[in-house]
Design a protein around this ligand. Structure first.
Ligand code: HEM
Length: 416
């Protein structure tokens, strides 16, 4: 059990998978009591997670939305005076959730995404140009996945590229506060507090600017929104930006890095993708299943109920482990194999139900743009050093992926 809720456990995929397989088999709803963590049910089977996610009248998303130690929770409550650190879409329930979600929905709808698609292809090409100019190995996670994905959300929010690295650092500290390379202070609670206050200060200034000088960006939309007919309360306003800078890049960056790592570990699959690039869309779905960057969200029972025959009491918290669901053998044949032509592939890397990821098509588009460019421009990609993984039970995956890339000579010539 420890492996599932500890930050280190999520940096050891095979140990983690063994633990999840055991739980799925022996104790799919497992009551966890550990020092410094409020008790909760660990839910590891696909069917049970989908059932809980879609019974939204029976399970609430807030206020306990993520696993955190009681020590961290206490630090954060001292800062906010609220039962949770932030209150964004992921923590909201009816009636607020739908009203707040509607504010930015248009930015993720097909017409807006179509407009973005052409720019995304150019942006992917520019990032690859930058690494093509480097001699020697590069770190795909830090040099490609991170700057590529952060600029997408930065562009949507209307923040300048010069701020990307700093904002990404704060966002990553906020969601990976246990990770020694991401933290800003010794304790996770202090790291989250520092990241949150810095993001608050940053977005307070951007919001003030957009209230005075509106632009065609998400920040102006959120700053001027009037959910329930009045300006958004400050806490919810800042929370909205914190959600977007975290959800908007780390997830997709981890899926890109982990996706490439999976291809490198399965050379037959990589060779097939090069030979049959039409398989790219299904390869991307498999990368999403395989990496499942968001490891869990929590729900709280609103009344006495049951899940798969297990009685659940009102007020019980349940942690839904998406990566375990995505390895569930009763849904995915050969679940432990990375197969780029897997079909069907009903993975739940984006969750399900009313909170299903808003950026799911945008994330897919980013992955398609980047991998299409890699396939087009490169002849060979090989590992050039040790992989590092994020140590966090909330968001995890590959944070360092050294690779050596051989670019196509014909493409270089054409580009000159
Ligand atoms: C591979 C990339 C991504 C993955 C794996 C991912 C995964 C998730 C998951 C699991 C949830 C919670 C779903 C649930 O509770 O059922 C979520 C929610 C959300 N995601 Fe993503 N996400 C990704 C990319 C993005 C991007 C690019 C954005 C763009 C800003 C985004 C914005 C959001 C938002 C706003 C929510 C909250 C939705 C709500 O609570 O109503 N995500 N995502």
């Amino acid at each position: 059990m420890e492996v599932l809720i500890s930050s280190r456990g999520h940096a050891s995929p095979s140990r983690l998978e063994r633990a999840c397989a055991l739980l799925r088999r022996e104790a799919p709803l497992h009551w966890v009591e550990r020092p410094d963590v409020r008790p909760f049910w660990a839910v590891t089977r696909y069917a049970d997670i989908v059932s809980i996610e879609t019974r939204s009248g029976q399970f609430a998303a807030g206020p306990r939305t993520y696993l955190a130690s009681e020590t961290s929770e206490a630090v954060l409550q001292r800062v906010t005076g609220k039962p949770q650190l932030v209150r964004s879409l992921t923590e909201m329930d009816p009636p607020d959730h739908a009203v707040y979600r509607a504010i930015i929905q248009g930015a993720f709808a097909p017409p807006a995404l179509r407009e973005l698609e052409t720019w995304l292809a150019r942006w992917a090409a520019e990032i690859i140009d930058r690494i093509a100019a480097c001699s020697g190995p590069i770190d795909f996670a830090a040099d490609v996945a991170l700057p590529f994905t952060f600029r997408v959300i930065g562009r949507m929010l209307g923040t300048p590229e010069a701020d990307d690295a700093r904002l990404a650092r704060l966002a990553q500290a906020f969601v990976g506060a246990e990770d020694p390379q991401r933290r800003l202070a010794e304790s996770p609670g202090d790291t989250m507090r520092m990241a949150m206050l810095a993001l608050r200060d940053y977005f307070e200034a951007v919001v003030a600017d957009r209230l005075a000088y509106p632009r065609d960006d998400l920040t102006s939309l959120i700053a001027r929104a009037e959910p329930h007919g009045a300006a958004m309360p400050h806490y919810e306003l800042i929370s909205y930006f914190i959600l977007l800078v975290t959800a908007g890049h780390d997830t997709t960056a981890l899926a890109l890095g982990g996706g490439l790592e999976a291809l490198l570990a399965a050379p037959d699959q990589f060779a097939r993708l090069r030979a049959e690039p039409d398989l790219l869309d299904s390869a991307i779905e498999e990368m999403l299943r395989w990496t499942t960057p968001v490891r869990h969200f929590m729900r709280t029972a609103l009344g006495d109920t049951e899940v798969a025959g297990q009685p659940i009491r009102e007020g019980d918290a349940l942690a839904l482990f998406f990566h375990s669901a995505n390895r569930d053998e009763s849904v995915f044949e050969s679940a432990g194999a990375f197969l780029i032509d897997r079909s069907p592939n009903p993975h739940i890397a984006f969750g399900r139900g009313p909170h299903v990821c808003m950026g799911l098509q945008l994330a897919r588009m980013q992955m398609r743009a980047m991998f299409a460019e890699l396939l087009r421009r490169t002849e060979r990609i090989e590992r050039a050093g040790r992989v590092r993984r994020v140590q966090s039970p909330f968001m995890s995956g590959v944070s360092r992926l050294p690779v050596r890339i051989a670019f196509r000579a014909s493409f270089d010539a054409a580009a000159e």
